[in-house]
Design a protein around this ligand. Structure first.
Ligand code: G1P
Length: 282
């Protein structure tokens, strides 16, 4: 069954400079938790406990975050402050963490290909931590794992977006096989609005079968001169089956400042305050 989840985290986060000059963008806090921890918690909830990061220069803070900080633990041991480490301790207990580097920034497809060293020859999930997905019930990855058990093929998460934003996404077209689930027939990376095959945009959650690695190797650089996972997935769809799933839940684009602020406000009200109230009662 699915156990592994890749997090491509080599990107620079230029939109958040200077905050991201010496700190990975994935470590920017949404209130009191770094963005990447939300993604890792979603993976663990979905039963994916082998977490692999495809990193780059300047990303060491991510490794330190998912590790024990003995000095800090010692300092606050036995004090009322220990409870603030609960969430990350839980994550560290439940998952294992491995790292590999993407030497050159050659696109998301290439980043995923570098992850083959961590994944091997089995199906795996991919989370783009910039896309924060929150849901009252089972998280998006959990929903996709359920679908994978049924269909055993690659699955991408999709969401309807306004036409004027479609050029920022990979876009799918397909045959709806049941409400909210399409068999993909076409996929284009960041098309101009007038060329987009639909307004269903790919969101940063994927389940990929391992034949994707050879397909990525055969994929020439595409949009922006980068190796695109969207192009490799189209090849996979043409040879076999790729599904697109309109997930239940709310997505925030934390790769943009506006989306990040929106997510911060939402998380403060709906996640942070209730969690604090619970902690105070402990
Ligand atoms: C990537 C993918 C794109 C997808 C998007 C979702 O683009 O290439 O297909 O729609 O993530 O966030 P990026 O936003 O990293 O440029």
């Amino acid at each position: 069954m699915l156990k592994k989840c890749l997090f491509p985290v080599a990107g620079y986060g230029t939109r958040f400079l200077p905050a991201t000059k010496a700190m990975p963008k994935e470590m920017l806090p949404l209130v009191n938790k770094p963005l990447v921890q939300y993604g890792v918690e979603e993976a663990i909830e979905a039963g994916l406990s082998e977490i692999g990061f495809v990193t780059g220069r300047g990303k060491r803070a991510i490794e330190d975050h998912f590790d024990t900080n003995f000095e800090l633990e010692h300092q606050i041991s036995g004090t009322g402050k220990e409870k603030y480490l609960d969430s990350v301790r839980r994550v560290i207990d439940k998952a294992s963490f491995s790292y590999t580097r993407q030497g050159e920034m050659r696109g998301l497809g290439d980043a995923i290909l570098q992850g083959q060293r961590l994944v091997g020859d089995e199906a795996f999930a991919v989370v783009l931590a910039d896309d924060l997905c929150l849901n009252d019930g089972l998280g998006v990855l959990g929903q996709m794992v359920e679908l994978y058990k049924q269909f055993r093929c690659s699955i991408v998460a999709v969401e309807e977006v306004p036409r004027e934003q479609i050029h920022k996404f990979g876009v799918i077209a397909g045959n709806e096989i049941k409400p909210g689930l399409w068999q993909v027939t076409d996929m284009v990376e960041k098309p101009p609005a007038e060329e987009a095959p639909s307004n269903m945009a790919i969101i940063g959650r994927y389940i990929l079968t391992p034949d994707i690695f050879d397909l990525i190797r055969e994929t020439p650089p595409g949009k922006n001169g980068e190796v695109q996972i969207t192009d490799a997935l189209l090849a996979q769809a043409q040879r076999g089956c790729v599904l697109a799933y309109n997930f239940k839940g709310r997505r925030f684009d934390c790769g943009s400042v506006d989306g990040f602020i929106e997510a911060t406000n939402y998380v403060y009200e709906n996640v942070y305050l209730p969690e604090q109230a619970e902690l105070e009662n402990k």
